[in-house]
Design a protein around this ligand. Structure first.
Ligand code: PR8
Length: 468
């Protein structure tokens, strides 16, 4: 296990995010702290999606014949599907699949819903659990067999241009979400052999974890008309003709939580962006024999004031040593700590400690300025976490001119390697084999040089990395 893997597993347990002892491989229990982070992240995400998507909820089970209808799609998932074969003791006439994703659950219904061009565009999303019998090594939040936080969006359009635009819009939506939680990313177009089964093309978000391996944290697929033809999703044009629709879908998973934990955390434990932290502020009274009640009363007043201003705040008045409390809240990643002791109280002061930089600041307590002060510090923390993470990502993208250089760079540093590529599938797979990495995807057109592998004129700038 790498040092990061070990850190990640320990922190999930110590910070009470996930209990991994559930007796099914790849399926875990969300603990209260983890659940709060998940809830806050989903609230942010839904806030963005609700602007122009409608939330729906489809059944978990998919009949075998629907799942099997789209040949390329089912081929891509055949090794990963869990099947229900019995109802009690009775064998089912038709096997039922636990959804690995919901295209084949939703699209037969879309065929009923879409009638005229006036019904379009349609944009739906749902947040559900999906099941994939992953054969690669499972890891909590990163590669699970029950994806508990599968946010999938599905859209329907009249033209191919509109679907393309929706792909761009989805990339904007995900960028905005990741920006708010300070997760840096590269967006690439996945190579043909790594696109979503049934898609025309796939765009993917990848971030970098501290061990230099990348994690795919979101995908956006342009489905073209493939599923429309399979499921007969047509609409009537203004002229009264029947045409197939164009579709897109895009998804995020528990990996968004994994990246928030992995990217921002440090040797002291979690360091959470205020947007998702279960507690944004913890107030710790420093108690001595003398003046204890006054300090406690004052801290309670402070907590109340912050809570009514809308912050998630916790007064830690447990009968424990302050040092132990500091350690615990730091490990749990609370962005801001306020300490107040009898001397501070007398002098009208308080101590603020930031989790991200561990900076200590002595400030005057002014009731009417408290809310603004805390808002300002939390805002700074978000910005700092985001900038630090982006810097780390940028520093770890290295351009190479030759395949040897690519191999050495990956061997020395991991990270992301940027190279010129001809775009040919056989050549790309050859690169993956020779460097023992995955091609993440294409960043853009670039014909200013030669392909690092075959020497032909390059067409693209592409990225490769060791991946999770
Ligand atoms: C779709 N259909 O399904 P996608 N554990 C954690 N995260 C995972 C796992 C896993 N085992 N497998 C995939 N993901 C499309 C889009 C509806 C929505 C993550 O797309 O198969 C992927 O990293 O690309 C990706 O970010 C997301 O789920 C969507 O999966």
């Amino acid at each position: 296990m790498s040092k990061f893997s070990e850190w990640f597993h320990n922190i999930l347990e110590e910070a009470e995010i996930i209990d991994t002892r559930y007796p099914i491989k790849g399926m875990h229990v969300w603990l209260p702290q983890g659940f709060q982070i998940r809830k806050n992240a989903l609230k942010l995400l839904k806030g963005i999606l609700d602007e122009d998507h409608d939330e729906v909820l489809f059944p978990l089970l998919i009949p075998e014949d629907e799942l099997a209808k789209e040949a390329i799609h089912v081929k891509g998932f055949e090794e990963e599907v869990y099947w229900i074969t019995h109802g009690g003791l009775t064998p089912l006439g038709k096997k039922l699949a636990l959804r690995p994703t919901s295209e084949t659950a939703m699209y037969p219904m879309f065929a009923l819903w879409v009638r005229s061009h006036q019904d379009l565009p349609m944009r739906f999303y749902q947040v559900v659990n999906t099941f994939r019998y992953e054969t690669k090594h499972t890891r909590p939040l990163i590669r699970v067999r029950e994806i508990t936080t599968f946010k999938e969006a599905h859209t329907v359009h009249t033209t191919s241009q509109e679907a393309e635009k929706q792909v761009e819009r989805a990339i904007e939506i995900y960028s905005s979400f990741f920006d708010q939680v300070g997760i840096p990313y590269v967006v690439t177009r996945r190579p043909e052999w790594d696109k979503f089964p049934g898609a025309d093309y796939t765009m993917a978000f990848d971030t970098l974890l501290p061990d230099g391996k990348t994690l795919q944290i979101g995908t956006v697929h342009n489905l073209g008309q493939t599923f429309a033809r399979t499921f007969q999703i047509t609409y009537e044009t203004e002229e009264g003709q029947h045409e197939y629709v164009y579709q897109t879908c895009y998804g995020l998973s528990d990996r968004i939580i994994a990246s928030i934990i992995g990217v921002h955390g440090d040797e002291g434990g979690l360091s959470l962006p205020p947007e998702v932290a279960p507690y944004q502020v913890v107030v710790v009274p420093i108690i001595f024999k003398e003046g204890a009640q006054e300090v406690l009363d004052f801290c309670a007043k402070l907590e109340k004031q912050l809570r009514s201003a809308g912050f998630r705040v916790r007064l830690d008045d447990r009968d424990l040593r302050a040092g132990k409390k500091f350690y615990e809240w730091e490990m749990r990643g609370v962005p801001l700590r306020i300490e107040i002791g009898p001397r501070d109280l007398k002098e009208g002061k308080m101590v603020l400690v930031r989790r991200d930089t561990r900076e200590k600041e002595f400030v005057e307590y002014q009731a009417e300025e408290l809310v603004e002060l805390v808002e300002d510090r939390l805002g700074n923390i978000t910005t700092h976490l985001r900038e630090k993470a982006w810097e780390m990502l940028r520093e770890n993208i290295r351009e190479v001119k030759t395949l040897e250089e690519a191999r050495d760079t990956i061997q020395e540093n991991n990270g992301i390697v940027s190279f010129l590529w001809c775009g040919d599938e056989a050549c790309g797979k050859d690169v993956e084999e020779k460097v023992h990495v995955d091609i993440l995807g294409i960043q853009g057109d670039d014909d200013t040089g030669k392909c690092v592998n075959c020497g032909k004129t390059a067409r693209y700038r592409a990225l490769l990395a060791r991946t999770y």
